[in-house]
Design a protein around this ligand. Structure first.
Ligand code: SF4
Ligand code: SF4
Length: 406
C-alpha cells in the first residue's frame, strides 16, 4: 500500500513502524472473511482492511471523526485477521498506534469518558476490583435479570497449594482480575507443575500486564504497568528462575510483546526483550515436559474454546487440544473454533450488543458438542461464556488438576 508522510506521528520511530506495517498490506481483503465484526455488520470500515485505511488517513493528516473512533472501537483486537493475512500485516500494532492518535483528536461523550475512566481505575487493581465485585454480588438479587446473569458467581480457591520446595522454579503472573474471579486457576497450575518437579513463585510487586489500559486507549497507564512488571521480574530471572508462566492467554500475548513495545526505549529495550523471551503460556511449559507420570482420570467429555489471544495472538492454536488428547481426555469437536466469543478484555462492557451476538454463537457451538465441561485458557473468555451457559466453564489446567486428583 502506498503511503504519504505520516504527519500525525511526526518523524518518530513509531512513524517508521506504522509506515512499514501500512506498506506490507496489499489490500487483498482476505482478512475480511475471518473478521467477526465485518461478518456481523457487513461494512468495509468494520473490517481489518477498512480499519487499516481509516488509520492510514488519520496518520497522513486527515482529521479523525467520531465515526472513525467508532469503527476502531468496534474492533475486538481478536487478531483473526493476522492469522488469515497472507502478507503478515501486523494489524494489532497498527491498531494500537491508530487508536492512540484518534483518542487524542476525538473527545468522547462525558458518560463514555466516565465509564472508561472507572474501568481503568478499578479493573487493573485487584483490591479495588475485589471490593466492587463483592458489593455487586451482595446486591445481585436487586438487579434486573439481564444484568444478574453478567455477574460472576463466587468461585472457591481450589485445592491446597503446594509448598515451593523444588530446585526448578518459575514465576507466574498473578494478574489483576483472575485472582479475584478464579483463584483456583493459579493454584491448579502450581499443583500440576509441582507433580513435574517445578515450583511456581509470584513476584510481589508485579501486577496487571497492561493490556486492560491499552484496550482502553490509555497507553501511558499500560506502559507504567509493563515497566513495573519488568522491574519486578528481572531480579528473579537473574537468580535463575527458568520462565515467566502465563495462565491467562490474554496476558501472555501482552507480555510476549513487551520487547517489541519498548524496542525504542533506551532504558527498557534490553530488559523488556529478556522478559518477553522468558515468557511462556502454561501450555508451552507442559508441552515441553515429560508428562508420562501424569495419569488423569479422564471420565466425561470436554469442549475446548480456544481464546483468540492463544490461537491468533500467540499462534498457539491446537496446542491445548493436542495436550489434552495426549493425556487421554475425550475432547469434543467444536464448530467455528477460530471465531471470537466476544469477551475481548473490556469489549463485552463497552460494546455489549456485538459482544452478546458473538457470545450467543459461541455458546451455541460449544453446547452443540454436549460436553460435561467447557475448557478455555483465558479468564475473560471463561467468565463471559459462563454468563450464558449452565455447563461448567473452567480453565483447562483446572480440568487437568481435578482429573489428576480423582
Ligand atoms: S489480508 Fe492482509 S494484506 Fe490483505 S487486506 Fe487484509 S491486512 Fe491487507
Ligand atoms: S482484530 Fe478481529 S475484529 Fe479487529 S479487524 Fe482483526 S479480525 Fe476484525
Amino acid at each position: 500500500m502506498q503511503t504519504f508522510p505520516l504527519i500525525a506521528l511526526e518523524n518518530t520511530a513509531q512513524a517508521q513502524e506504522a509506515e512499514a506495517i501500512l506498506r506490507s498490506c496489499v489490500h487483498c481483503g482476505f482478512c475480511n472473511a475471518t473478521c467477526p465484526t465485518y461478518q456481523l455488520l457487513g461494512d468495509e470500515r468494520d473490517g481489518p482492511r477498512g480499519r487499516i485505511y481509516l488509520i492510514k488517513q488519520v496518520l497522513e493528516g486527515a482529521a479523525a471523526s467520531e465515526q472513525t473512533q467508532q469503527h476502531l472501537d468496534r474492533c475486538l483486537t481478536c487478531r483473526a485477521c493476522e492469522t488469515t493475512c497472507p502478507s503478515g500485516v501486523n494489524y494489532g500494532r497498527l491498531l494500537d498506534i491508530g487508536r492512540t492518535v484518534v483518542e487524542q483528536q476525538v473527545r468522547r461523550p462525558w458518560l463514555e469518558r466516565v465509564k472508561r475512566y472507572a474501568l481503568r481505575g478499578v479493573l487493573p487493581y485487584p483490591q479495588r476490583f475485589a471490593i466492587l465485585l463483592r458489593c455487586v454480588q451482595i446486591f445481585k438479587t436487586l438487579m434486573p435479570a439481564h444484568l444478574r446473569s453478567k455477574i460472576p458467581a463466587k468461585r472457591n480457591a481450589g485445592l491446597t497449594a503446594p509448598q515451593n520446595t523444588h530446585r526448578r522454579k518459575m514465576l507466574v503472573l498473578a494478574g489483576c482480575v483472575q485472582p479475584i474471579l478464579a483463584p483456583a486457576i493459579n493454584t491448579a497450575a502450581a499443583r500440576v507443575l509441582d507433580r513435574l518437579g517445578i515450583s511456581l513463585l509470584v513476584a510481589p510487586t508485579a501486577g496487571c500486564c497492561g493490556a486492560l489500559s491499552c484496550h482502553l486507549s490509555a497507553q501511558a497507564d499500560g506502559l507504567d504497568f509493563m515497566r513495573r512488571n519488568i522491574d519486578a521480574w528481572l531480579p528473579f530471572l537473574e537468580q535463575g528462575v527458568e520462565a515467566i508462566v502465563m495462565t491467562a492467554s490474554g496476558c501472555g500475548v501482552m507480555v510476549k510483546e513487551y520487547g517489541d513495545i519498548f524496542k525504542h526505549d533506551p532504558d527498557y529495550a534490553d530488559k523488556a526483550q529478556r522478559i518477553s523471551a522468558a515468557t511462556r503460556d502454561l501450555v508451552e511449559i507442559l508441552a515441553a515436559e515429560d508428562l508420562t507420570s501424569l495419569k488423569p482420570d479422564v471420565t466425561g467429555t470436554v469442549a475446548f474454546q480456544s481464546p483468540c489471544s492463544l490461537q491468533h495472538g500467540q499462534k498457539l492454536g491446537g496446542t491445548v487440544e493436542t495436550l489434552l488428547l495426549g493425556l487421554g481426555f475425550n475432547l469434543r469437536p467444536v464448530t467455528n473454533p477460530s471465531v471470537c466469543c466476544g469477551s475481548a478484555g473490556t469489549y463485552s462492557l463497552l460494546q455489549p450488543e456485538l459482544s452478546q451476538r458473538l457470545l450467543q454463537d459461541k455458546v451455541n457451538s460449544l453446547e452443540s458438542a454436549v460436553p460435561d465441561v467447557i475448557a478455555t485458557a483465558n479468564i475473560g473468555c471463561l467468565t463471559h461464556i459462563q454468563s450464558m451457559t449452565a455447563i461448567p466453564v473452567r480453565h483447562w489446567i483446572e480440568v487437568l488438576d481435578m482429573a489428576l486428583e480423582k
